[in-house]
Design a protein around this ligand. Structure first.
Ligand SMILES: CC(C)(COP(=O)(O)OP(=O)(O)OC[C@H]1O[C@@H](n2cnc3c(N)ncnc32)[C@H](O)[C@@H]1OP(=O)(O)O)[C@@H](O)C(=O)NCCC(=O)NCCS
Length: 209
């Protein structure tokens, strides 16, 4: 079993060039992680008014006939938008995976395409992380967790061992999901909440619930 998981992690090979989609806050965070070790091949954004990000030219929307010669990274914080963009571009390109050098990621994990593990985050053994996931600054994903596609684990959030997070859920900043708790798809866990019981799809977990 462990051997199998390690083999899946072989997609974490170094990438030297990447295109970026997005030119707002999340894109600034991503470019700041990549530059200068990974060369930014180009930046796109559907808002043609944005011309520059951190000194990189923003090229507007991706032209219909554009051929990607490097992986694309979708640097958009909104989970639904990342899903739509993944679906839009998946036939035309591969997607980068970004691990900040200060993140601690077990070799015995699976990390999906388009996912970023940011500064100081920890991902522990036997955890599965889907595609287009944001594991944000100093968050912690403990052993045996399952994190679905398009999830955002916000800064300093904690998933205790064996927690499961469904597709598209926002795990708010500094929130905690207790061991083995299963959170449904497209839920919102507000900043600072503690989730001690399973949540159904689409649930909003407030601090006082
Ligand atoms: C879930 C969330 C978006 C709710 O937003 P909302 O429903 O639009 O709520 P509002 O911003 O209108 O705030 C409503 C009230 O709740 C308060 N509030 C909002 N979130 C709160 C929180 N997590 N803890 C305590 N109080 C909170 C607001 O101050 C406001 O109080 P008021 O009525 O006394 O003025 C927001 O609470 C949240 O926690 N988002 C997660 C943010 C995050 O971690 N993002 C990741 C970014 S990297």
């Amino acid at each position: 079993m462990q051997k199998d998981l390690r083999a899946k992690n072989s997609n974490l090979k170094p990438q030297f060039y990447m295109y970026i989609f997005g030119a707002s806050g999340q894109a600034r965070a991503i470019i700041d992680i990549l530059d200068p070790d990974v060369k930014i091949s180009g930046v796109f954004d559907d808002d043609p008014k944005i011309k520059d990000i951190l000194g990189f030219k923003v090229n507007g929307p991706v032209p219909e006939d554009f051929e990607f010669d490097a992986p694309l990274f979708i640097a958009i914080g909104d989970n639904k938008s990342r899903k739509l963009l993944q679906e839009k571009f998946q036939k035309r390109t591969s997607f980068g995976i970004i691990l900040h050098k200060s993140a601690i990621v077990s070799r015995r994990t699976t990390i999906g395409e388009g996912t970023v593990i940011m500064e100081g985050a920890i991902v522990k053994v036997n955890t599965f992380i889907g595609k287009q996931v944001i594991v944000n600054t100093s968050s912690s994903v403990d052993h045996d967790c399952v994190v679905g596609d398009y999830v955002h684990i916000a800064p300093q959030a904690t998933l205790c061992g064996g927690a499961e997070i469904g597709e598209g859920t926002l795990v708010g900043a500094n929130s905690t999901v207790l061991p083995g708790v299963k959170v449904g798809k497209w839920c919102t866990i507000v900043a600072g909440a503690v989730v001690s019981k399973n949540l159904q799809d689409g649930a909003i977990k407030r601090r006082q619930d």
